[in-house]
Design a protein around this ligand. Structure first.
Ligand code: AP5
Ligand code: MG
Length: 215
């Protein structure tokens, strides 16, 4: 099973992919998490993408594609993968199609989580992130058991640099200009399913399971 979780920043891609990863026992590949880990470890990739990410812009297609394709070759991806935040440009979607064809694979579904701009802003303003475990919380909608601490790793939760108010608007513009056109690409392929991402976390999850025929 290869599925893409698609949607604007704060739509709930990371939240849902964590639940799907647990349910299906396949990895969730978040390009954002890969870059945040590279920045924290100060690898050459991390150094290259730090300022781009902090500004809320997109990392260049070649670099993203290379990292994703390398990761997709790993043994744990052989039974399937959940793609979170990739592809994010039409050029990435085209490159992914070529890679899949060359590996005799196909995308099962592209699931778009549709969420109003106002809710996106509220979600990102309250988001709490655990850099090591990569778990995502929200101070009101999905709070940790102990305030400010990750349930899983016990580490201190932080606010992401790109959730700061001035970057949040810009990320939405980048989504509308550069990422939303990918929807048309998958619509034409009849792989796109759009669902109401405004519902609560559990209802959205149940809806995704239904779409995947897993309920
Ligand atoms: P990335 O990390 O992918 O960020 P994003 O796509 O902007 O999305 P977010 O992670 O902000 O939101 P999400 O949809 O995962 O929502 P979440 O589940 O956290 O990318 C970051 C950066 O990396 C990019 O800006 C770019 O620079 C670079 N990058 C990454 N991929 C790239 C690519 N392919 N090409 C080029 N550059 C790339 O939820 C948000 C909050 O809402 C949480 O607090 C959560 O608890 C809460 N929440 C979730 N669902 C619900 C719900 N149903 N109801 C109420 N609250 C909810
Ligand atoms: Mg995310």
């Amino acid at each position: 099973m290869i599925i893409v979780l698609f949607g604007p920043p704060g739509a709930g891609k990371g939240t849902q992919s964590a639940k799907l990863m647990e349910k299906f026992g396949i990895p969730a590949l978040s390009t954002g998490d890969m870059f945040r880990a590279a920045i924290a470890a100060e690898t050459p990739v991390g150094v290259e993408v730090k300022s781009v990410m902090e500004a809320g812009d997109l990392v260049n297609d070649e670099l993203v594609n290379r990292l994703v394709f390398e990761r997709l070759e790993d043994p744990d991806c052989q039974n399937g993968v959940i793609l979170d935040g990739y592809p994010r440009t039409v050029a990435q979607a085209e490159a992914l199609d070529v890679w899949l064809q060359n590996h005799h694979l196909k995308l099962d579904k592209v699931i778009e989580l549709k969420v109003d701009d106002e809710a996106l802003i509220e979600r990102r303003a309250g988001r709490l992130y655990a850099p090591k475990s990569k778990k995502v919380y929200h101070k009101d909608f999905n709070p940790p058991k102990v305030a400010g601490i990750c349930d899983e790793s016990g580490e201190k939760l932080i606010q992401r640099d790109d959730d700061k108010p001035d970057v949040v608007r810009h990320r939405l513009d980048v989504y509308n200009q550069q990422t939303a056109p990918v929807l048309g690409y998958y619509l034409a392929q009849q792989r796109l399913v759009t669902l109401d991402g405004m519902a609560n976390i559990e209802d959205v999850y149940q809806h995704i399971l239904q779409l995947l025929g897993a309920k």
